[in-house]
Design a protein around this ligand. Structure first.
Ligand SMILES: [Zn+2]
Length: 341
């Protein structure tokens, strides 16, 4: 699988490729997790699951949400005169891109979509909603309404049972049904449930982008991360790693009472012209406090005003264009004018 990056420094390319290979190209479920997803999770009430997640010890650095180790090395490699300038990263010379995504876990989550979408729209934002095609009833009227208002629909796995990657055989068996759902909902993007990931297997999906990777996240069942804050080309599609800690991690696992971690991460992403991609769930933005924190954060972002706001599909199309332009430019001609969109 061919990988292609924002940077063209050979040492940086090697570092990034090795990390992606280790984090996102070899994944299959361990025995322990196969047992958990097959036998325990289906019968475990959600409250017990959340209590277990909360009560597990979290031994992480204070700045667990910053991908410092790989980013520092890549930035060191890439400060030469031929490295892309910040103005080439995003349209309109924006300092960073700001992307909102939601995974809709349950039928109850579907009920909360309109309320959140309305609030986002009132603030001038649009987001993508990743739906599970074979788990709950999807409201087609709502899907049409969202799309007509500029929101995007993506596909979130098969039935969200945690077993999509239990073996290549299981994955292969589900591929055609997932591709059917991609057609049915006119989707171009995918995110795996529980952000399990194997970019090599995902090549079989009919997608423009995948968003199952993340830059860093020690709180997932499959922790780690690709260590980078920009999209990259992964074979047939563009990979868009989410870079902002999930609402579930902040509010449920860590009991955060504010958006301080989101603000801190946003500053980091802005400093390095990254992609600030949020991943929240209508299933967890149900309480007043969580919704307020989320919307206050959006307001804070809106007031900074130096971002390019886009849906994941927009970002993947932009990234494809800039990747094609970079590959036809010689190393001496890497100063590409930003394309106005
Ligand atoms: Zn999910």
């Amino acid at each position: 699988m061919e990988l292609s990056f924002l940077f063209n420094d050979p040492a940086a390319i090697q570092l990034a490729s090795e990390r992606i290979e280790a984090d996102a190209c070899q994944f299959s479920l361990s025995k322990k997790f196969r047992f958990y997803y097959r036998f325990l999770r289906p019968v475990m009430p959600i409250k017990i699951r959340q209590w277990l997640q909360k009560s597990q010890p979290h031994e992480v650095d204070e700045q667990w949400y910053l991908p410092l180790s790989l980013m520092d090395q890549i930035l060191q490699c890439c400060n030469g005169p031929n490295s892309p300038k910040p103005s080439e990263f995003w349209p309109d010379s924006a300092k960073y891109s700001f992307v909102l995504t939601h995974d809709v876990e349950t039928a109850e989550g579907m009920q909360h979509i309109s309320r959140i979408a309305d609030a986002e729209q009132a603030l001038g934002f649009r987001s993508s909603w990743n739906l599970v095609p074979y788990k709950y009833k999807i409201d087609n009227g709502l899907v049409r309404d969202l799309r007509s208002r500029g929101f995007e629909i993506g596909i979130h796995g098969y039935n969200h049972d945690g077993q999509l990657y239990s073996s290549k055989r299981v994955f292969n068996k589900r591929v055609s049904a997932i591709n059917q759902a991609i057609d049915q909902y006119n989707a171009v993007g995918f995110r795996s449930p529980m952000v399990h990931r194997n970019l090599s297997w995902l090549q079989d999906l009919k997608i423009e982008y995948d968003s199952s990777c993340f830059d860093i996240d020690p709180f997932q069942a499959a922790p780690g991360g690709v260590g980078m804050i920009w999209p990259f080309v992964a074979g047939k599609f563009i990979e868009l790693p989410y870079t902002m800690p999930q609402d579930h991690t902040l509010f449920i696992k860590l009991g955060e009472q504010s958006d301080r971690i989101w603000r801190d991460k946003l500053n980091y992403l802005r400093k390095h012209q990254g992609m600030a991609m949020m991943l929240t769930h209508p299933d967890y933005l149900t309480g007043r406090r969580e919704t307020e924190i989320y919307l206050n954060f959006l307001e804070y972002v809106r007031d900074t005003g130096d971002y390019w706001h886009a849906t994941p599909q927009d970002v993947s199309q932009w990234w494809r264009q800039r990747d094609q332009l970079s590959s036809i430019a010689s190393p001496q001609q890497t100063e590409i004018d930003p394309i106005k969109t």
